[in-house]
Design a protein around this ligand. Structure first.
Ligand code: ZN
Length: 204
């Protein structure tokens, strides 16, 4: 693609690095930002730079935070005895949006992936083990809420090995099953199979 200006081309190439943004969309965004009020474009650039430079991670759960301790860890009303282990901050946001979970979190920062060269030492696993094994720990349940991919299952298996020696801590995994409104016949075989194997007894 030919651009009338090197400045536009630079902006397009930077925008096109973003996930899901192709060159055409990048050009449309760049031209939009060029036509917008100067303050609008400058505020966007400043917000992005400020986010990148100023963001911190919670020292306890490693979720994104504006201070040393995130809002969830600092909240005395949450159940600090139950820890939900997720791979990514996006999972924290998704679970929070359900409004169904009152415990706290631990963000691994990824999953074990030999292909991508990500091993256990690259993830926040040691801090989870020491958090749950500390003498003054009140943690009695750890819920593994990791996506059921091959890497996710490897990570969950590794975590269960590391955590099984903690006598006070019960390990559980999130139930896997048919999505709400989903039709049984369209569920893939693995999901349907797991839904049967991990069936729940109905209260009488
Ligand atoms: Zn936290």
């Amino acid at each position: 693609m030919e651009y009338p200006s090197k400045l536009i081309e630079n902006a397009v190439l930077e925008l096109a690095r973003l996930p899901g943004i192709g060159r055409k969309t990048a050009l449309r965004l760049a031209l939009h930002l060029l036509k917008a009020q100067t303050e609008t474009t400058v505020s966007l650039a400043e917000a992005l730079a400020k986010m990148r430079f100023d963001i911190t991670y919670c020292r306890t759960c490693h979720s994104i935070s504006d201070s040393e301790e995130c809002g969830i860890c600092a909240n005395k009303l949450r159940d600090h005895g139950t820890v939900c282990v997720v791979s990514d901050v996006r999972d924290v946001i998704a679970i929070e949006n359900t409004g169904q979970y009152q415990g706290v979190y631990h963000v691994l920062g990824g999953v074990i992936s030999p292909i991508e060269g990500i091993g256990p030492a690259d993830l926040n696993i040691d801090s989870l083990v020491s958090r749950a094994g500390a003498d003054d720990s009140e943690i009695h349940e750890i819920i593994l809420a990791i996506s059921p991919t091959m890497e996710g299952d490897t990570t969950a298996f590794y975590l269960s090995r590391r955590l099984r020696d903690l006598p006070k801590v019960n390990l559980s995994t999130i139930a896997r099953g048919i999505p709400m409104g989903g039709e049984l016949e369209y569920a893939d075989e693995i999901t349907l199979g797991r839904s049967i194997v991990e069936r729940q007894r109905q209260a009488r």
